[in-house]
Design a protein around this ligand. Structure first.
Ligand code: SIN
Length: 327
């Protein structure tokens, strides 16, 4: 195959555009027993907070139609244990870590960024301002442009590597939130986090999740994620975007690139198939090759430019004929 999957995000080069999504592979150790994590674009770690955290009450996961709800509640070991155990393992293994951080105040995000600032090997920081499973909805900073900007600005000022802000789809105007965090210094965006949802157990007559609500992920939210990537790419075509939401195949990844993402993150699919990532990478390479493309970057945002009209002599969705048809 003549395709080179190398992908550059905010000036940082990665071997390919397929990453884990935060929260779905912890810090990569368990996944590595199924998939060599050094072959991935990168490992986006479970969002780490300043202190150890137990998370929300159980049950914390529920299967839904074409998706999954989780209400984990940012369970984790805290930044000190993460820096002592998880990050060194990833670095010694030779993986590319994208460290996801979460906090309940601007000060907490600041301290997390400071703790990471002098650690060599962190490729990017992903600022999770959009976890739907916090007790106080006021802590979903991504729902308010000023709060989102305050967090991102603090992390940007205290980081040496590019900072990506992870946004929520549960807003009226995601482009407005994107504008706020980009103005505050974000170097890229991760679109999207899960959508707030609810499942009811008709047997117990109660919500399935201990926390009542949870974040919906998987194929059910792929059209929403594609729409968010599309809208934000249309407004900010030069901003690198991770597309996240229901990626299971190389074709799904291709669709996100066409909408304007430069790379994708895969999460829910790993629960059913922990070997999905290398397959998705291969399928994406084949999909690009079949369309006569040699690099993923050639197709980023292409759906915004491709004509709806297809020339009668053949499908040729990317070639000169269809471009001519567009005028
Ligand atoms: C969680 O830990 O509750 C999920 C994190 C997230 O969706 O950001």
């Amino acid at each position: 195959m003549a395709v080179d999957l190398t992908t550059v995000l905010a000036g940082v080069e990665f071997a390919n555009p397929v990453f884990t999504a935060s929260g779905c592979a912890a810090a990569g150790q368990e996944l590595d027993t199924f998939t060599d994590v050094t072959t991935l674009g990168g490992v986006v770690t479970k969002s780490v907070m300043r202190l150890p955290r137990a998370g929300r009450p159980t049950p914390r996961m529920a299967e839904t139609a074409s998706g999954m709800l989780n209400s984990i509640g940012l369970q984790g070991p805290g930044i000190e244990a993460f820096l002592a155990n998880d990050l060194p393992w990833l670095l010694e293994r030779g993986a590319r870590p994208v460290v996801s951080i979460a906090g309940s105040s601007v000060q907490e995000y600041t301290e997390l960024a400071q703790a990471l600032r002098d650690v060599d090997g962190v490729a990017l920081i992903e600022v999770n301002i959009s976890c739907p499973n916090v007790e106080d909805r006021g802590h979903v900073f991504a729902c308010h442009p000023a709060s989102a900007a305050a967090v991102v600005s603090a992390v940007r000022r205290n980081s040496r590597v590019p900072v990506f802000a992870k946004l929520s789809p549960d807003v009226t105007d995601i482009v407005g939130i994107a504008e706020a965090v980009l103005t505050a210094g974000a170097n890229g965006l991760s679109l999207i986090n899960t959508m707030l949802g609810l499942a009811i157990d008709p047997g117990s007559l109660r919500p399935v999740l201990g926390a009542v609500t949870g974040g919906l992920s998987g194929p059910a939210i792929k059209p929403v994620a594609l729409r968010c990537v599309w809208q934000v790419h249309a407004a900010f075509p030069d901003v690198p975007i991770f597309g996240i939401g229901g990626v299971r195949t190389g074709t799904d990844a291709l669709e996100f690139l066409l909408a304007g993402a430069s790379a994708v993150q895969v999460g829910t699919a790993l629960f059913g198939d922990p070997t999905a990532l290398p397959r998705i990478m291969d399928e994406l390479g084949t999909a690009l090759d079949e369309r006569g493309l040699t690099r993923p970057g050639e197709i980023v945002g292409r759906a915004h430019r491709s004509p709806l009209f297809v020339a009668p002599e053949g499908p040729d969705p990317l070639g000169d004929a269809s471009l001519r048809a567009a005028g």
